[in-house]
Design a binder for this molecule. Structure first.
Ligand code: GRG
Length: 289
């Protein structure tokens, strides 16, 4: 069952991150970094481990980039929750880092987790070939930075003062950066570790990433805060354009299903071996949090 595979992958990645943090000084910062890393679904780390398995990569190598992407994802959530950005009190069913500690700690936790991601992919234990490690670090910088996730976040913030509702094309472009870039990097990482072609996994991740974001918008409308683990209804409350507000709930869900079908089709070159990645795509549009 897919949920079991996801939990096992998340446990493996969490254990790796705990070992890494055990080597840090016992400061409140380290405790807060561990707190920020806990409690997520671990979908991005799972995508790294599963794409690596498809390419016969040793999990002892793949766990490094899997931990790296979860660290960078956790940083993005901590900074996104800050008062200067989304100003959220709850994340993963717990108080946000700036609420439990303070804003300075939350900024440093984010900075620490972002840089930790690059430390992990460039660790010699991640891959014996320095060129492969450099390739992982370079593509990770592209995905996380001002042409990827940071760009998506900047476009999202700019949209709030644009004085008009974004179009579907603009939202799709924004989300490709904000959510899609890290999901894409995760799914392609296994091929990168193996020195293989990333095209099929990139096509899979493009559909998956967009479906993931559409489902996030669905949960903002249909979910309850206790299950989702954070405030819901925020987008509608702010009059913010989302896939659901532009397409309507039913059409948004059907678009997400079509995207997942396309994502699964893209995995054809991997045959039956890709069954778990297909289950992951179905999970993304059935999840309740
Ligand atoms: C601060 C540079 C910077 C970027 C923030 C990712 C992001 C950009 C903001 C997060 C806000 C948000 C709700 C985005 C929508 C999609 C998303 C990334 C949801 C959270 O991902 P999950 O569901 O979370 O994989 P877990 O908690 O399971 O890890």
């Amino acid at each position: 069952m897919f949920e079991t595979a996801l939990k096992q992958a998340a446990a493996r990645v969490s254990a790796h991150l705990e070992t890494v943090l055990a080597g840090h000084r016992a400061l409140p910062l380290t405790q807060a970094m561990g707190y920020a890393l806990a409690g997520g679904k671990g979908l991005r780390g799972f995508l790294v481990l599963e794409s690596a398995r498809l390419h016969g990569v040793d999990p002892a190598h793949a766990v490094w980039p899997a931990a790296a992407i979860e660290a960078i994802h956790a940083y993005s959530l901590v900074h996104d929750d800050l008062p200067a950005m989304d100003d959220d009190d709850m994340r993963r069913g717990q108080p946000t880092v700036h609420r439990k500690w303070d804003e300075a700690t939350a900024i440093l936790v984010g900075d620490g987790l972002l840089t930790l991601g690059f430390e992990l992919v460039t660790d010699p234990a991640c891959h014996p070939d320095g060129a492969v490690r450099a390739g992982l670090a370079h593509t990770l910088a592209r995905a996380a930075g001002a042409r990827g996730m940071v760009l998506g976040q900047a476009l999202d913030i700019a949209a709030e003062s644009a004085g008009r509702v974004l179009t579907l094309a603009e939202i799709t472009d924004l989300q490709a950066g904000k959510t899609g870039a890290l999901i894409g990097w995760s799914a392609e990482a296994g091929a990168r570790l193996a020195g293989a072609d990333t095209a099929a996994l990139a096509a899979y991740a493009a559909g998956l990433g967009l479906a993931f974001q559409i489902w996030d918008d669905v949960l903002d409308v249909e979910g309850d805060a206790a299950t989702v683990g954070k405030a819901v209804g925020k987008d509608a409350g702010r009059g913010k354009a989302t896939f659901v507000s532009l397409l309507g709930l039913d059409a948004a869900k059907s678009r997400a299903r079509n995207l997942v079908d396309g994502a699964c089709d893209a995995l054809a070159p991997y045959g039956a071996e890709a069954a778990t990645l297909k289950q992951a795509a179905r999970f993304v549009i059935s999840r309740r949090n």
